[in-house]
Design a protein around this ligand. Sequence first.
Ligand SMILES: *[C@@H]1O[C@H](CO)[C@@H](O)[C@H](O)[C@H]1NC(C)=O
Ligand SMILES: *[C@@H]1O[C@H](CO)[C@@H](O)[C@H](O)[C@H]1NC(C)=O
Ligand SMILES: [Cu+2]
Length: 191
Amino acid sequence: MKAGSRALLVAMALSALAAMALAKDHIVGGSDGWDTFIDYDKWVAGEIFMVGDTITFKYMAYHNVLEVNMDDYAACAVDKPLSTHSNGSTTFELADVGTRYFICGIPRHCRNGTMHVAVTTVPFDASAAAGPSPAPLPSAPADGSVAASPAADAAAPKPPTGAPSSAVRFQKPVAAVAGLALAALAALLVA
Ligand SMILES: *[C@@H]1O[C@H](CO)[C@@H](O)[C@H](O)[C@H]1NC(C)=O
Ligand SMILES: *[C@@H]1O[C@H](CO)[C@@H](O)[C@H](O)[C@H]1NC(C)=O
Ligand SMILES: [Cu+2]
């Protein structure tokens, strides 16, 4: 095997492992969940969906989740969904780059309400995944004195100890991926 292709394999193995370790589950609508009167355009704007992530819809029994194509999304058409889910907790894996479309199967919830969301998945990016997740939209620090400037954020790669749970969640996976990456590296080098 040429050194170049071996290096490429190593890089691919590392990025795949990193993607697994840093995958994020996005709860659609955050704490509001999947319901009427939630602004999903606004929610989507505050998230970065990367290949390997999942999205989870949490909803009451009278709602459901239909994955539909782009045209049916625009029309709130419920007659030929790609899939239908109704048990109150539905997770989709974002396995590929591209846009996927989800609506509530009650037409007026989609057409006359806000229950439609388009999720665009971008390639996995380890530095974006490991960094702080986008700030919740309406938030401001409870204590104004600790608000870090963008420059301070850039200079400090590690999240502050008081960081939100999303930052904490990444610490164990990062340790795990280091071990896995070393194992993958060893396997490739002896091959
Ligand atoms: C709903 O169904 C999915 C699989 O279709 C399952 O993984 C999940 O645990 C179920 N959730 C509830 C609340 O029953
Ligand atoms: C719902 O939206 C449709 C299409 O925009 C409109 O024709 C209909 O009158 C609306 N219904 C209600 C109850 O607002
Ligand atoms: Cu609904």
